[in-house]
Ligand binder design. Sequence first.
Ligand SMILES: [Fe+2]
Length: 411
Amino acid sequence: MFAFLCKNFRRTLNQAQQSPVLRSPLGHKLQTRACVAPAAAAPLLKEDHLVVNYGGTLMHLNYVWLRDHCRSASSYNNKTNQRNIDTGSIDLDIRPDHTAVKDDNLILTWPGGQVSQYSLSWLSENSYEGKKTSTVQPRILWNSDVYNNANIAPAKWETFMSRDDELKKFLHNYILYGIAFVDNVPATVEATEAVVRRVSLIRETTYGGMWSFTSDHSRGDTAYSQLALDRHTDTSYFYEPCGIQVFHCLKHDGTGGRTLLVDGFHAAEKLRQQSPKNFELLTNVPIRHEYIENSDNHRNHMHGIGPVLNVYPWNNEVYMIRYNNYDRSVINTVPHDVVKQWYVAHRELTTVLRQPENELWVKLTPGKVIFIDNWRVMHGRESFTGLRQLCGCYLTRDDVLSAARGFNLQA
Ligand SMILES: [Fe+2]
């Protein structure tokens, strides 16, 4: 069933150039920029809003909202893309004196003579009715078969560093799948940093900017050992967990140590289909994660609070997962009867996350740099022997997504 959905989703995605509105596997619309304007009927005026039928969608547009979103030069600076109008001064009972639709534009004349003009496509894209059925971040949900069968070519260091179309392709893959690779990178911290800076800014944390480590137990974290690590998201103990993680295995003289990747969004959607109530519970119960480190060189005590599944309230789209059983702290935010059900829901999600078909195992070798969406894709590793040297860093999520939008990608 899932493979069928993904196949159809990819086919739909390929039609992006022709179709103004696409649907994701969740039934959400994917916004595209090339639109053929549907005809609009005359607006219907209500007490505090007007109703516009645009392409079959009824948009309910509040008058105060319309006045606040006027894009005329006196209300909005189109050079800086900033609002000029003082929202605090708008009459909350304001109504337009005159309303018209002309050439696919809604034109309102306000008391005092101010005229506002909005393109219907802009209204459609920005109305609540448009947003509640559209996806903020497009995605292709995957298990190991889906990802492997997609045959996504990794970016190559030589072209990635010099060609913008290669960077755009890389970012597009990253957004859709939550993981992306760059191959043929020189096995040094410096070259890894150069690849990272080609994409975005490095987010400095207590681990530094670029970090490099071996299994030397130099920090108070299991990552600095040879032990296997179950799937997890990193820095769940931050109020804003790091958005992107980068790994580059610079050296490994030994066995084991493959990296495990699991698409958390795929697992969350499985849970939503199987048990909507358990899905909802995981979106509602705030959980604390904690990192306490007391060593000679490092003293840290961090905690972040948030649910396991974070969804946008207007469209129920999952945008971030906190899943780290190592760092999960005491649960004390809900009464005992809810706690039991939370464990049931958490177990169901864990069961999906642990299904072998959902596990993508990759061997990180010198030269292969992986970027992981830490809000979506869980990582882990199998135990290993010998010396294994890894370097990497966290990236600032906002800047990665901004870079993608700079290429006109939806992100
Ligand atoms: Fe980790």
